[in-house]
Design a protein around this ligand. Sequence first.
Ligand SMILES: Cc1cc2nc3c(=O)[nH]c(=O)nc-3n(C[C@H](O)[C@H](O)[C@H](O)COP(=O)(O)OP(=O)(O)OC[C@H]3O[C@@H](n4cnc5c(N)ncnc54)[C@H](O)[C@@H]3O)c2cc1C
Length: 510
Amino acid sequence: MTDSAPQRAIVIGAGLGGLASAMRLGAKGYHVTVLDKLDRPGGRGSSITQGGHRFDLGPTIVTVPQGLRDLWAACGRDFDRDVTLKPMEPFYQIRWPDGSHFTMRDDPQAMEDEVARLSPRDVKGYHKFLADAEARYWFGFEDLGRRPMNKLWDLIKVLPKFAWYRADRSVYAHAARRFRDERLRFAFSFHPLFIGGDPFRVTSMYALVSHLEKAFGVHYAMGGVQAIAQAMAGVVRDQGGMVRLGVEVDEILVEGGRAAGVRLGDGTEVMADIIVSNADAGHTYARLLRNRPRKRWSDARLKRTRWSMGLYVWYFGTRGTREMWGDVGHHSIIVGPRYRDHIKDIFIRGHLADDMSLYVHRPSVTDPSVAPDGDDTFYVLSPVPHLGHDNGVDWQAEAEPYRKKMLAMLEERLLPGLSGRITESLVFTPETFRDRYFSPLGAGFSIEPRILQSAWFRPHNVSEELPGLFLAGAGTHPGAGVPGVIGTAEVLAQLVPDAAPVAQLPVAAE
Ligand SMILES: Cc1cc2nc3c(=O)[nH]c(=O)nc-3n(C[C@H](O)[C@H](O)[C@H](O)COP(=O)(O)OP(=O)(O)OC[C@H]3O[C@@H](n4cnc5c(N)ncnc54)[C@H](O)[C@@H]3O)c2cc1C
């Protein structure tokens, strides 16, 4: 590090966590260069445009907009001038095979009525569940989730609270104590799937998501989450930083025992005073630091790590359908015949089941710019096993039959006449996630958020392996999801010193 030049930071990866980190570092006075192999910023939050349809590839539900507003404010900017968020009402609808349905709403009375409509005897339990969710929010999200957890002591101090909140219990087990109706147990326990967690095994702390929805609503970013990523890249550039796309990082360079730069795929070296990796933590350690001895995140340890499930996503456009399927809203969940056993197939047995439960995204209901006039843009997502199971799925053979099963289920349960209306089609399997995002085992959400893989147990935001290296994104603390990865940058900013000519950088944690 020189005394006179401004301190330079490199951020590997322009995912939402990487861009948020770049913004935070820019605000601290660093000259930041963001490098990403893709052709546009946003990572999983980017988009592909095909045949006049903009397919938002990943996140569609924006919760906790305050996290984004805080990020912008830390850079002296106003989020709402750069991005338009539209509150959703209703939030989403869940449909079961027997024809019953449940609509998640903003209005508290409408929600109580909806619970009562399915199961009058569960109204009391519903209110208790919401109170539990709020208590877990204050502890898990506002306290733990917003501060570094890289010292063992940080964890030890909060263990009594974990015990108090019965963090050892799963989200499903917690919901089952509050609701007797199996459909409501589903409706209030499936959320961990959106951050890669098995509802029957992740800690009940994640019940806090119900509070996030109730307190802050569910939003859609006009232009898709891609618009948020573009706005982030704009802030980085306004701060004097650079976002270089189509550039793959091959290795993190080490000099004098600290991170000193990166070597790109074409052999070029780019030097900096600190490096932030927003590439998956598994990729960062196994690939980008492959030539360094690693004491905690060794290849063996990464092999023992439990990774989130994979995702099969079918993106498609339909012609002349905007007025059809009038009762199909922006977000729908089509539940299959099995819950617990199906989740076991995905997470434990690694078996690609015949049945499926689907999340259906129809942004054209809210944002006509995603499709040509009168047409619709959809994506349908099904959780599937990641690529690491012994009896792995052969996606080259299975991708098309699986899409056909999905199509049949959609035609029967949600979109009659679909097959004659499709004009564009694009499929992502776990192999796409592996190749496109360098996601270990093609996992949808990096390291599974089990209790022994959360907080201190997750790869730290200040690297345990190499001074001058920091980590942000889904595989670090606090974790996946848009609020989660924005949170990783907030935590990281507390660990990186302000850029100043004589600043001392911290050494790696213990
Ligand atoms: C289908 C889907 C739906 C989702 N829905 C929601 C939702 O509704 N709400 C929500 O809150 N969350 C949702 N999520 C989760 C959320 O999108 C992710 O947790 C989050 O976007 C991950 O951000 P990240 O910063 O970890 O980086 P990523 O998005 O994983 O980006 C990492 C970036 O690093 C780049 N990179 C990696 N290695 C290298 C390298 N060696 N050289 C150069 N570049 C590299 C990659 O190209 C990528 O752009 C969803 C995710 C998916 C996949």
